[in-house]
Design a protein around this ligand. Structure first.
Ligand code: GCW
Length: 658
């Protein structure tokens, strides 16, 4: 039985480098990692790690005139020797893996020199791992890949070898920060900041040689719960001192500690509101504790009323983050990053961009995605999300010719860089990600965070080339299955951007009215005449007004609102004709039949790979596709039946609706 799957770094991936004579020049923990990689690869593939004499490849970490980015690298040739140069260990590591991804082409292709540098300085994965198993959420909140690789039995694991392999995988795709614990901070997790700090030191030591800094999620109430103070009021001097002292202790133990991640005044987490303070007051007290050490606080903007009354049509959850945060633009300290979920609701398969991204020019912003498939099939469904992230990162909130979302996150628009962040999908499952094909989402997140302009198909090509090398039939089949799988998932689930319709709490499988009368602010308002949420300025919640031009007007009118977001912004009759020429009701039927058929084809395509991929991979994916098809059938039938019963409009093509 498989122990741990090598993901995209099997020994075979290193053949081109490992079969050559390679010299590594430089010092430091990350250069040592490169040297160890070369030693292992050359031992496996018959090359040699050499100190002097002729080499086919030189990997050099040394100062270079004009270069300032320690994460950048230059690839080129000196005579017949391929050369990678970087001024920092991380740059050398990224250059090394660039060659690994290129394979033989790195030695036979263009001679360069070519400089590569990340487009985003902050490329971060957040773990929603709990130290203690949570009674409802389990060990990893919204984790679909088993237990935590960091924690077991209420403590940091004694054996961190799995974490070491993980850090290696992340370093190879350029991830440079990791949040070690859930943003919902329970009592056991709070202790990471103090009592359990020696174990955090051990984790930091595992990540450091891969160019990765660690962060902790902290509770805003920590001065009370850990410090024994009577208050956590951010303006109280004793509170300020407590954060300063506690943070200084962390840096004494972990000099390259990245900083804090915090979810405050959100879904029951404590925050500054209890003391009549705002989010800037709250963020700045942490920021000032971190500032002397170069640390950053990632303050999440996921703030909304989670005790809404469904009868109240004036409150709109989509508006909440902008309502809370946009007025605070300019009030945050320079080492605060406001971390904004990419969509205004909550990681649905389809949402518009959060308007917060375009509303805070004087604030550093990070955009947050979800690699873990909370609303996109729990890593039981194939749902390749790289095209979704690509689309959102490339979106231009101010219209053509203006900056993209990635530009905002990278500091190319107005304020300095915040970053690109995502919630990890990894656990202690032998395949890392539950679904073996969900590894590609983790890989693709790192690659897009490095360069958001990469084409999703090209990123998938890289992943396939490393993970399942050498068989064009496998490559073609995986593209057929994965390239369009996000759109397939969208087709058989909630239609036209309306979102949710999932089983409450669990967020897997259909429950069309599951959230309709709940307190969570997630409604579709379907009745006998129509469906969708009126978020217009003219007649609805006014949410469209949170966008700058041109989108505030494009979204406002059904004439210009993109079809795929129509029901996010508008309540329309079932007979409303989409730009595609189909009515809304017929679109619902058509996409649900089509999405389901696509899953059936995926399964057939996968069946053709028997004997071409490792048996354990084949079996795991085969079993999961059975579940995906079952679940897609349920989605198709429940959604179609629901809207047929509501509308009384039959399917124009006479297919079976129950
Ligand atoms: O998507 C929701 C999840 C919660 C999560 C929250 C958040 C960590 O259902 O489980 O809590 O988002 O992002 O804070």
């Amino acid at each position: 039985m498989l122990d741990v799957h090598p993901a995209w770094l099997p020994a075979s991936a290193f053949r081109s480098v490992g079969s050559r004579r390679v010299r590594v020049v430089g010092d430091g923990p990350v250069v040592a990692t490169v040297r160890a990689e070369v030693a292992a690869a050359t031992a496996e593939h018959g090359g040699a790690l050499v100190d002097d004499g002729p080499a086919d490849l030189e990997l050099v970490c040394a100062p270079e005139d004009g270069e300032t980015d320690p994460e950048a690298f230059v690839v080129g040739r000196a005579g017949r020797t391929a050369v990678v140069r970087a001024i920092g260990g991380p740059g050398l590591l990224y250059g090394f893996h660039h060659l690994v991804r290129q394979g033989e082409a790195a030695f036979t292709g263009e001679a360069g020199p070519q400089r590569h540098a990340p487009r985003q300085p902050v490329r971060m994965l957040d773990h929603w791992d709990n130290v203690a198993v949570h009674p409802v959420m389990g060990q990893v909140e919204r984790g679909y890949s088993g237990g935590s690789i960091f924690y077991a039995d209420g403590v940091v694991r004694a054996d961190l070898s799995r974490v070491r392999s993980y850090a290696r995988l992340l370093g190879s795709i350029g991830v440079n920060r990791v949040g070690l614990n859930n943003v919902n901070v329970g009592p056991a997790e709070a202790g990471l900041l103090t009592d359990l700090l020696p174990d955090v030191v051990r984790l930091a030591e595992v990540f450091r040689p891969h160019g990765i800094r660690v962060h902790l999620s902290v509770s805003f109430a920590a001065p009370v719960t850990l410090g024994g103070l009577p208050t956590a009021d951010p303006l109280d001097p004793a509170v300020r001192d407590w954060w300063a002292r506690t943070t200084a202790d962390v840096y004494a133990a972990i000099p390259d500690f990245g900083g804090y991640v915090i979810k405050a005044d959100s879904e029951g987490q404590p925050g500054p509101f209890a003391y009549g303070r705002d989010h800037a007051d709250g963020a700045n007290v942490l920021a000032r504790a971190l500032a002397p050490f170069g640390g950053t606080v990632f303050w999440r903007a996921f703030v909304y009323d989670h005790h809404q009354d469904w009868r109240d049509r004036s409150t709109d959850r989509a508006r909440a983050a902008h309502d809370h945060f946009a007025p605070l633009d300019g009030a945050f300290d320079p080492n605060v990053v406001v971390q904004v979920k990419a969509g205004p609701m909550d990681f649905q398969a389809r949402e518009p961009l959060s308007p917060v991204v375009a509303a805070m020019p004087r604030t550093r912003l990070a955009v947050e995605f979800q690699v873990t498939q909370e609303y996109t099939g729990h890593q039981k469904h194939v749902c390749h999300l790289v095209p979704q992230w690509r689309e959102m990162l490339g979106f231009r909130p101010w219209g053509e010719g203006e900056p993209t979302v990635a530009d905002v996150a990278a500091g190319r628009a107005a304020a300095p860089a915040g970053g690109v962040v995502a919630v990890s999908n990894v656990g202690d499952d032998p395949f890392w990600t539950g679904h073996p094909l969900a590894q590609a989402n983790l890989f693709g997140f790192g690659r897009l965070a490095w360069d958001e302009r990469l084409a999703p198909e090209a990123v998938l090509d890289e992943w396939i080339g490393l993970t399942y090398p050498g068989d064009p039939a496998v490559c073609q089949a995986l593209h057929e299955i994965m390239d369009g799988s996000w759109l397939t998932y969208e087709r058989y689930t909630a239609p036209l951007g309306v979102g949710f319709m999932v089983r409450p709490g669990l967020h897997y499988g259909p429950a069309v009215d599951g959230y309709e009368y709940s307190r969570w602010g997630t409604y579709h308002f379907a009745d006998r005449d129509g469906v969708g949420v009126d978020r217009t300025r003219a007649t609805g919640t006014g949410f469209t007004g949170q966008y700058p031009a041109p989108w505030r007007d494009r979204y406002e009118s059904t004439d210009t609102c993109p079809d795929e977001l129509l029901l996010f912004f508008h309540h329309v009759p079932y007979g409303h004709v989409l730009h595609s020429g189909t009515t809304v009701i017929q679109h619902i039927y058509d996409t649900h039949f089509a999405g389901h058929d696509e899953v059936r084809r995926m399964a057939a395509t996968w069946a053709g790979l028997e004997g071409r991929v490792p048996a354990e991979v084949f079996d795991r994916v085969t079993g999961l596709l059975v579940e995906q098809l079952r679940c897609a059938t349920e989605w198709r039938d429940q959604v179609n039946t629901y809207f047929w019963r509501k509308s009384g409009v039959p399917d124009a093509r006479g297919r079976t609706i129950h």
